[in-house]
Design a protein around this ligand. Structure first.
Ligand code: C2E
Ligand code: CA
Ligand code: CA
Ligand code: CA
Length: 279
């Protein structure tokens, strides 16, 4: 249908109203949802190349809304950030992840590394390092099995303070990963100053693998750089065998994506480890 300017405006206005409604509905329910623990973590396997064993997982939060069903984090993490509720919610995520690590361990699974995502407001929280230390003690998790995924923009907001905080986590024994690598504005000089162990190449680069030679050159160079800096490098959003073949040829160490598995509930993840785990 041919749309006039007027129609476009109308559509836009309606969409805005929808967004505002969703905003109010979800935002209002968030506090209660935290109190009533309406959240779950799902776990997406991280696969080692070239043997394709499960060596880790990323914890990804979902909201099991009593009326609306499962809500994805992109829809409520921004609201939680705005309202400050990300602080209790973020603490819940870390505690839940650590308890899950212990539960798998007690069930006899070989130890895997579990990563959790931090949001920017949570990263700025003054007592974050102490809080993580408390949770590790309380749950008995060995810190080497917990990884934090941080974005470049979070680190660059206050680079000096970020460096101190990252050193605090390193002292605890955690590993630190830069998520969505390649999409931010950090310079290579900063990369040298931040005490990080893992680069996670953003899925936009993986999506274009084999389709665009400039893109391939960037991925190849990023993997080579990570390897020569002794950083672990992982590719996210891997959806095809062809992408795995290219990443193998570049000597990328780990992959994660729908080709191997979508994020799974804890029970499904345990079954996945039964069939794809290492021993
Ligand atoms: P992210 O950290 O970049 O997480 C990866 C997202 O890509 C996840 O979406 C995952 O389900 C999806 N994904 C995995 N494999 C594939 C694939 O092969 N193809 C494609 N197209 N997508 C794939 P999800 O779970 O909806 O999470 C979205 C974002 O929400 C995350 O992006 C992260 O920024 C945020 N998030 C998730 N959980 C948490 C959390 O506990 N705390 C905070 N602060 N943020 C979280
Ligand atoms: Ca992530
Ligand atoms: Ca990512
Ligand atoms: Ca992302």
């Amino acid at each position: 249908a041919k749309s006039t300017g007027h129609n476009l405006y109308f559509v836009y206005e309606n969409k805005m109203a929808d967004n505002i409604n969703a905003h109010l509905t979800l935002g209002g329910g968030l506090r209660k949802a935290i109190d009533e623990e309406e959240f779950v973590l799902h776990y997406q396997p991280k696969i080692r190349l070239p043997d394709e064993a499960v060596v880790g997982a990323e914890a990804l939060i979902r909201w099991l809304h009593p009326e609306l069903g499962m809500i994805s984090p992109d829809q409520f993490i921004p609201l939680a950030e705005e309202s400050g509720l990300i602080l209790p919610l973020g603490e819940w995520v870390i505690r839940r992840a650590c308890r899950q690590l212990q539960a798998w361990r007690e069930a006899g699974y070989p130890p895997i590394k579990l990563s959790v995502n931090l949001s920017s407001r949570q990263f700025m929280q003054a007592d974050l390092v102490d809080m993580v230390q408390r949770i590790l003690q309380e749950t008995g998790v060995d810190s080497e099995y917990l990884e934090l995924e941080l974005t470049e923009s979070m680190l660059m907001a206050d680079a000096q303070q970020s460096i101190e905080k990252l050193h605090g986590f390193r002292k605890l024994g955690l590993t630190l990963s830069i998520d969505d690598f390649g999409t931010g504005y950090s310079s290579l000089a900063y990369l040298k100053k931040f005490p990080i162990q893992t680069l996670k190449i953003d899925r936009s680069f993986i999506h274009d693998l084999g389709l665009d030679s400039d893109n391939d050159a960037i991925v190849k160079a990023t993997v080579a750089m990570a390897n020569s800096l002794n950083l672990k490098v992982i590719a996210e959003g891997v959806e095809s065998r062809a992408q795995v073949d290219v990443l193998n040829s570049y000597k990328c160490q780990e992959v994660q994506g729908y080709l191997f598995s979508k994020p799974l509930c804890s029970h499904e993840f345990a079954l996945y480890m039964d069939t794809h785990g290492f021993s």
